[in-house]
Ligand binder design. Structure first.
Ligand SMILES: [Zn+2]
Length: 279
């Protein structure tokens, strides 16, 4: 298993790395197989809620098994965690990367807490993603509109990266978590400026579900290093199990009901990873 810094270095000039939210253990093998079929690395990320549901130890051991079985580059990342104790537990259990989200706090407090996480993580070869200025929306499939989008203040971002020494930073350039009613309007000038000045920390795109393919390619070309994909996997899984289970009887083989849903997860991972390629 690898951390973000290793993946950023190995993939410089080649691609942004897809970071996919695992929502249940059932879909996990398909995610890593999808990346393997394209021979690209994959970041598997968990919300603190999913991590609690599946269990940190089970996630770590499953991903170790699957990365060895497929001989794939896999990073296990904790997404949007506001609890430093949970982050330390994840690191101690074997996560290779964590995100401390202090974006709802005043900047000084966010910096102070992020520094504490970085100090703990770096000693253990674990990478840290931070966030300045909230990206907005919600993780669980909420419908949002363009007016909800907000933008990272470059000055805050530079100060944050310089003082915390994070490996990656979530930036808001017009995307919002959840399902967009229409396509997002992105601020590419801001992205260029951030990318030019934040050379020590990889830029992370959150809330990419509403971004068009053309805009996504532009984001990667302009320097996004990690792109999160969450809502789309959640939605696809529910659509597929809804249609499979609606025709099932108690005598139907349960596993057969999950196979189409898993297959679609693999397809999304492959489609997105293809989109994030630079060459
Ligand atoms: Zn996010």
């Amino acid at each position: 298993m690898k951390n973000l810094t290793e993946l950023f270095k190995e993939n410089e000039g080649k691609r942004a790395i897809g970071s996919f939210n695992v929502h249940c253990l059932e879909m996990l093998p398909a995610m890593i197989e999808g990346a393997k079929e394209l021979n690209v690395p994959i970041i598997i990320q968990t919300s603190p809620g999913t991590a609690e549901y599946i269990g940190l130890d089970l996630l770590v051991s499953s991903i170790q098994t699957l990365s060895e079985r497929n001989n794939a580059d896999v990073c296990l990342h904790m997404d949007h965690c506001t609890d430093i104790e949970v982050i330390k537990q994840a690191i101690d259990t074997g996560y290779t990367s964590v995100m401390y989200d202090g974006s709802s706090l005043p900047l000084e407090e966010n910096i102070k807490n992020t520094k504490e996480v970085v100090a703990y993580a770096k000693e253990r070869n674990v990478s840290v993603e931070g966030e300045v200025g909230s990206i907005g929306g919600a993780e669980d499939g909420v419908v949002v509109s363009e007016e909800d989008a907000i933008y990272t203040d470059p000055k805050d971002a530079y100060q944050f990266v310089q003082e915390t020494n994070v490996d990656a930073i979530a930036v808001a350039i017009g995307t919002t978590h959840g399902l967009y009613k229409s396509k997002a309007k992105l601020n590419f000038e801001l992205l260029e400026e951030l990318s030019k000045n934040l050379t020590n920390a990889g830029l992370v795109l959150h809330g990419g579900t509403g971004v068009s393919e053309t805009d996504m390619r532009k984001c990667v070309a302009l320097g996004m290093k990690k792109v999160n994909v969450g809502t789309e996997l959640n939605k696809s899984y529910i659509d597929n199990v809804n249609s499979a289970f609606s025709q099932a009887t108690p005598l139907t083989s349960l596993r057969k009901l999950f196979i189409p849903a898993n297959q679609h997860i693999k397809e999304i991972v492959k489609e997105k990873s293809e989109l994030f390629q630079l060459v």
